[in-house]
Design a protein around this ligand. Structure first.
Ligand code: SF4
Ligand code: SF4
Length: 136
């Protein structure tokens, strides 16, 4: 049976220049479609992809990624902002690797664009009043 899932891959710095993803095609017969890719200020690589293949190959491919040192996260998780907690401090603006936060110049409010979020979780740990929350 074929599966197709959206996942987030977190690459530690030491793996950034390694041809890890190409082996998913070559060795496991999987197909992938990269939706977003970026490097965080801490030099962790983040890639959002749709990974498709038969279930057994998919499981083997994800196992290979994990054993190679890549953290694989399912996009069934979601991040939301607890508006009542946000103090508009702006700490998340430069930290977010995909630019999901921006400053509205007129009101000086911090806007959160949920559609740009790749659920890397960086803002969850960094937000001083813990306004960013992870949902499953
Ligand atoms: S870091 Fe947290 S409190 Fe500060 S602007 Fe971002 S979401 Fe709001
Ligand atoms: S989890 Fe936070 S830091 Fe990561 S992409 Fe989403 S909004 Fe940006």
């Amino acid at each position: 049976m074929a599966v197709s899932k959206r996942i987030v891959l977190h690459f530690p710095r030491r793996l950034l220049d390694k041809p890890i993803v190409s082996r998913l095609v070559k060795d496991f017969g999987l197909e992938f479609n990269i939706l977003k890719a970026s490097v965080t200020p801490g030099e962790e690589g983040i890639m959002v992809m749709e990974l498709t293949g038969d279930r057994q190959s998919y499981t083997k491919g994800v196992k290979y990624l994990t054993e190679a040192g890549v953290k694989v996260q399912s996009l069934s998780q979601d991040v939301a902002r607890n508006e009542a907690r946000c103090t508009e401090c702006g700490a998340c603006i430069t930290l977010c690797p995909t630019g999901a936060f921006s400053l509205e110049p007129r009101t000086r409010k911090v806007i959160f664009d949920h559609t740009k979020c790749v659920v890397c979780e960086l803002c969850i740990k960094a937000c001083p009043p813990r306004a960013m929350e992870l949902y499953f």
